[in-house]
Design a protein around this ligand. Structure first.
Ligand SMILES: [Mg+2]
Length: 213
């Protein structure tokens, strides 16, 4: 089956790192932030509450976001450049749909030749001196169900869409009629392996190519 639009998650899919966890580690807050993430995964806290709590703790300034942007590129998953180039050569539209921080993802997207308007993620707001002010609290990607909303919007203009990602939120794409490919090359999650339409556990992202072209 061939698809018009190929959507990728970022953290643990295009890049080996989990951006918000790395920002927390940089500030000595890893354990606190990881505890919040766990609480959300266990259903004890809503994703929307955890999102705010984590960023209120970390308060990433512009320097932290630039640092993370470099880390995303340095830790790019094997086969990513080749995969994106091959898809572009086959006239596929590529989008990134991430619950991560948008300004940190844009340089990676730019390096891959993916336009800014195809990067769906959560904006960070800075003051004039580059200090952290807030994040885009209205962003659908900071709440549960957000990835499905973005996929639904894309599907209004394109007939077939595939979502490739490692996590539980990437499975939401199925609710929007997308074909979901689980990627276990960085983190293997049994729930995703079980519920994805296809699952790839190769360390190279290029292993998804035969499934989408
Ligand atoms: Mg991910």
């Amino acid at each position: 089956m061939s698809y018009d639009v190929i959507c990728f998650d970022c953290d643990s899919t295009l890049s080996r790192v989990e951006g918000i966890d790395e920002l927390a580690r940089r500030n000595g807050l890893f354990e606190q932030v990881a505890a919040l993430t766990d609480a959300a995964m266990n259903g004890e806290l809503a994703l929307e509450d955890v999102y705010a709590n984590r960023l209120d703790l970390i308060k990433p300034d512009k320097a932290a976001i630039d640092w993370l942007a470099e880390l995303y590129i340095a830790e790019m998953v094997e086969g990513v450049s080749e995969t994106i180039k091959t898809l572009q050569a086959n006239n596929k539209l590529i989008h990134i749909i991430s619950g991560g921080l948008r300004q940190a993802i844009l340089p990676l997207a730019e390096q891959l030749g993916i336009p800014d308007e195809h990067v769906h993620a959560v904006d960070v707001l800075f003051d004039d001196d580059g200090n952290y002010q807030d994040f885009a609290r209205h962003s659908p990607l900071a709440v549960s169900g957000g990835k499905a909303r973005i996929c639904r919007r894309l599907r209004m203009h394109h007939s077939s869409l595939v979502m490739i990602g490692d996590g539980k939120t990437d499975l939401e794409a199925k609710l929007a009629g997308a074909y979901m490919i689980g990627f276990g090359g960085v983190v293997r999650r049994p729930l995703v392996e079980e519920q994805a339409d296809s699952y790839v556990s190769d360390t190279s992202l290029a292993a998804v190519l035969p499934l989408v072209l």
